[in-house]
Design a protein around this ligand. Structure first.
Ligand code: AMP
Length: 261
């Protein structure tokens, strides 16, 4: 079995602790002065790749983090390098932060498909979902384009590096399911897969010396023109204050009044 050449696609997203603000007039999310971080599910994916190397040592040839976005995604890539990835690739689409939702999962999957083939990778570990567009599509589309098997929403990953067979436990409705598939394989991570490590200052400093490559979509022969148009973007409706009712009959009355039943 060839050594594991692992690619981890990572996305720069508005930090999970920040409440996004909508600019309804322009149908975009406000991005000025907003804190961005590595998408939490991608962080779990990097952690898993690093754990695979800690476990299998020389059987892992390399771990590459890849991000499609703009030059600010260099920070995101550096977070992946600080966690233990060997090298980083920025696919610079030139898309501005405010319109990043225009970079659709199909376009990202096409970019990744081209890069995975170019790099000769045999394992891709993605997050199951980006917390900004909540698409949960990129890994599945990528597996389709590559014509590889896929194990999504993984909560446990084991790879037999002699036989090249992976065994993946997945979170499914009402329980878990265990699948096995030969490499090459696309895996997407669920929350319970692992707890990402805390990166120390010295790892962050070391990451600055690791190799980063920048490519353009055209270098990969991919057209990223959006196929969808956002018609409108709106904040969720404001919550109105609650009220106490003395008994069940008045509760039913109130619900009828509000048209809820
Ligand atoms: P999504 O399909 O947008 O919910 O994203 C699922 C996963 O695909 C993410 O957790 C990433 O691993 C990967 N991904 C999505 N967008 C990008 C991007 N712009 N660059 C790199 N990886 C991405």
């Amino acid at each position: 079995m060839p050594r594991l050449n692992i690619i981890v696609p990572v996305k720069r997203v508005i930090d999970y602790a920040i409440r996004p603000r909508v600019n309804a007039a322009k149908s975009v999310i406000e991005t000025n002065g907003v804190k961005y971080s590595l998408n939490p599910f991608c962080e779990i994916a990097v952690e898993e790749a690093v754990r695979l190397r800690e476990l299998h040592k020389d059987a892992v040839e390399s771990i590459t983090v890849v991000s499609a976005g703009n030059s600010k995604a260099q920070d995101t890539l550096r977070s992946g390098l600080a966690m233990g990835a060997d090298k980083a690739v920025l696919i610079d689409t030139g898309i501005a932060d405010a319109t990043m939702l225009d970079l659709e999962p199909l376009a990202v999957a096409k970019l990744l498909d081209a890069y995975v083939k170019k790099a000769g990778a045999n394992v891709v570990i993605l997050g199951k979902q980006s917390i900004d567009d909540d698409s949960n599509q990129t890994g599945q589309i990528l597996a389709g384009l590559l014509n590889w098997p896929q194990a999504t929403n993984a909560s446990k990953v084991e790879i037999d590096t002699d036989s090249g067979v992976a065994t993946v436990t997945r979170e499914v409705d009402g329980g878990s399911e265990t699948l096995s598939a030969p490499l090459p394989l696309v895996i997407t991570t669920d929350l319970r897969l692992n707890t990402p490590r805390y990166t120390k200052l010295q790892d962050i400093m070391k990451a600055k010396k690791k190799k980063t490559e920048t490519l353009k979509p055209a270098d990969l022969g991919v057209d990223i023109t959006p196929r969808l148009q956002t018609i409108s973007l709106a904040d969720p409706p404001k919550r109105t204050g609650g009220a106490k009712v003395p008994d069940v009959d008045s509760l039913i009355g109130k619900l009828k009044e509000a048209g809820a039943i």
